[in-house]
Design a protein around this ligand. Structure first.
Ligand code: UDP
Length: 309
């Protein structure tokens, strides 16, 4: 999308979890970890913005191996902010998360809600949000944090199809698709005794293409000396069981589930108010339904994982 909008793009990615094949051929790839960004982000290079999307993202794992998350998510981000300052890059857009809120005290969650993360992942991201606020004020950075809710779907355009390929996969929709495709026996349902309509956790799913578009809008809306923060979700909550039902409907396959213990650190319910992103960024989701998201994820899965077109 950046390329389509006339930007020159350099992608810093050490590919520890990424895929070179996911990179547009017109973009330049630099094989470095985030904390070494200063090697690329020099004052002479003339970058006019940085999008910082790299992180470890598995909330469950963050409870078991927190040290990995503090280093990869917080320490590396502070090094990146240092590099941005040294290179005098005016704008930084940061991938923050709904996990900063923990168990919310109000729903849908506005950006001003209490931040009390229930998992280490959310805490490591909140630390960076706080660092960006002070950086913007003290050093005139134009900073934007985009708090992603549950990203889903796939980006499909012409021959380009980009979807989730995590190894190991921990996310609900790709795992449910694996089960629908007979690549896993069953889906483990992490807890069915939460205080929700059917006992399973509620999340707000957002299509990856809608999410990507918000980054372009954020680049344009960033203002020096200000740290703007926007939630990105659709404002609709779905339980884990409801998501699995949509996967069954879209794929036409059964998805056997097995109730398992709760996953440590899971908030009960996360639903966004994205009113601010709509008002200030002019952001409107084009694919707001779970059917759209699961449909695109399934199209990607069939083409690229199962090799069927
Ligand atoms: N979940 C589940 N089984 C799985 C994977 C996820 O029951 O195999 C649940 C998880 O406990 C959470 C919801 O699905 O309530 C979404 O989890 P995911 O890991 O996709 O995203 P998160 O909300 O942690 O960012």
């Amino acid at each position: 999308m950046l390329l389509d909008n006339g930007h020159d793009v350099t992608v810093l990615d050490d590919l520890r979890t990424g895929h070179l094949a996911a990179l547009a051929p017109e973009a330049t790839h630099v094989d470095l970890p985030v904390h070494e960004a200063a090697r690329v982000l020099t004052p002479e290079a003339g970058f006019d913005g940085v999008l910082h999307l790299a992180a470890l993202i598995a909330a469950g794992e963050s409870m078991v191996r927190p040290e990995l998350y503090w280093h990869a998510n917080t320490v590396s981000s502070i090094a990146l902010i240092d590099a941005v300052r040294a290179a005098r890059v005016p704008r930084l857009i940061f991938s923050s998360t709904a996990a900063v809120y923990g168990n919310p005290t109000e729903l849908p969650i506005p950006e001003t809600a209490v931040k009390a993360p229930t998992n280490t992942y959310g805490a490591t991201k909140l630390a960076v949000d706080l660092a960006l606020t002070s950086e913007a004020i003290a050093h005139d950075l134009a900073a934007v944090s985009l708090r992603y809710f549950n990203v889903a779907g796939a980006y499909l355009r012409g021959d380009v199809a980009l979807g989730e390929r995590h190894d190991p996969e921990t996310h609900l929709i790709p795992i449910a698709l694996d089960v629908a495709a007979d690549r896993r026996e069953k889906l483990q349902l992490f807890g069915d005794d939460y205080p929700t309509v059917d006992g399973t956790c509620v999340r707000d799913y957002i299509h990856v293409a809608d999410l990507a578009r918000a980054h372009l809008l954020a680049l344009s809306a960033a203002v020096p000396g200000r740290h703007r923060i926007y939630n990105l979700g659709n404002g609709n909550g779905f339980t884990v069981k409801q998501v699995v039902d949509v996967v069954r409907e879209v794929t036409g396959h059964p998805v056997p589930v097995e109730v398992s213990p709760r996953r440590e650190g899971d908030p009960v319910e996360l639903v966004a108010s994205s009113a601010l992103a709509r008002e200030e960024l002019g952001w409107t989701p084009e694919k707001p339904t779970l059917h759209d998201m699961v449909g695109d994820a399934w199209a990607f899965y069939r083409a690229h994982v199962l090799g069927q077109r």
